[in-house]
Design a protein around this ligand. Sequence first.
Ligand SMILES: NC(=O)c1ccc[n+]([C@@H]2O[C@H](COP(=O)([O-])OP(=O)(O)OC[C@H]3O[C@@H](n4cnc5c(N)ncnc54)[C@H](OP(=O)(O)O)[C@@H]3O)[C@@H](O)[C@H]2O)c1
Length: 364
Amino acid sequence: MTRFARVESLKSDLGVADLVDLPAPQLAEGEVLARIERIALTTNNMTYAVYGDTLGYWNLFPAEQDGYGCMPAWGFAEIIESRAADVPVGTRVFGYFPIATHLTMRPTKVTARSFVDGAAHRTGTPDVYNLYELQPRDTDPRQDSLTAIYRPLFITSYTAADYLRDRGFFDAEQFVISSASSKTAYGAAYCLADSPAQRIALTSARNIEFVEGLGHYTATHEYADLKAIDSTRRTVYVDLSGDGDLRRRVHEHFGDRLAFDCLIGSTRADGFPEDDDSLVGPAPVFFFAALQLDAYKAEGQSRAFMQRYRRDERDFLEQVGGTEQPSIKLLEHAGLADAPTVIAGFHDGSTDPAVGHIFIPDAD
Ligand SMILES: NC(=O)c1ccc[n+]([C@@H]2O[C@H](COP(=O)([O-])OP(=O)(O)OC[C@H]3O[C@@H](n4cnc5c(N)ncnc54)[C@H](OP(=O)(O)O)[C@@H]3O)[C@@H](O)[C@H]2O)c1
């Protein structure tokens, strides 16, 4: 018998998640039922939860239990029931899902390439989160896993590098990149390789070896050794950690040589960073990839952007996920039973950056 289940996170303690059984959905006219085939979980998903109230992520997939929210995840699904004439059974899509076996959607703006879930509660977040791109059938499962993991992360690395490049890299002589072991960080280092500036990694002591092995950085330091980095060089801080204490130390160390603080991630923070008037140097500027993509769309540049992005993503995935010395070991979980443990690992920081977690929700 088909099981309908979903993982829900306790908002007051994001290290706690429950697997909840749900009744079989009854479709209304205009709705479709998607069976979620394959989704990925990385620290990025934990940050969606950390920003759940501030940036509206909790609204996308309302939870069943009071005090809980559904952490979103990226992946592939197949339409298995349809009451929407223009989205037939068998349609495959890539997009944003709860960590669940199924999702009921209401397709709108259906084109030959995509549709948008127009469900009433899915408002207040950038468009990319509601867009489902149609996919061919019979794709390579390893390639799909790499796409599920890296698409939302590498598109961030890529657009952030565009953003810095468009501003002449702020004339930086070096980029100092925190949480350098994260996929978004090393994707950014890869994308910034065309700049003359050095790419200096900052990471935890336990992840030094992994980061050095990636080959995307010119030097690697653990957080405690920040002062060993040359503070006379003009520096752009690319912050994936969101760590307030580290930010203060970075600003103090580089002083007036800090040209720009680009805040991208919050791997080591438990909320959206607050303004801090006492900070030395430039205030951090939050870079939000989803808004950058919306801006490309508003300027009519989406298609041109996606063409060059897809080409460069292919090269990147070949390098990090190819069979020769991949940076990632894919770990496939059958069913959702392991999800609470994996989520707890993102929360307490015990996660291994070399592992890519993939869930096949209805495989148990
Ligand atoms: N602004 C945007 O538009 C945007 C878009 C996509 C992603 N992001 C952000 O980029 C960040 C990285 O995401 P990812 O999926 O690439 O990460 P990931 O690959 O899963 O990164 C894992 C690394 O993050 C650090 N980390 C994770 N949890 C931690 C914890 N509880 N305590 C301390 N350190 C922890 C550790 O790195 P170190 O030891 O090296 O510190 C760990 O090795 C996330 O905050 C994500 O939200 C932002």
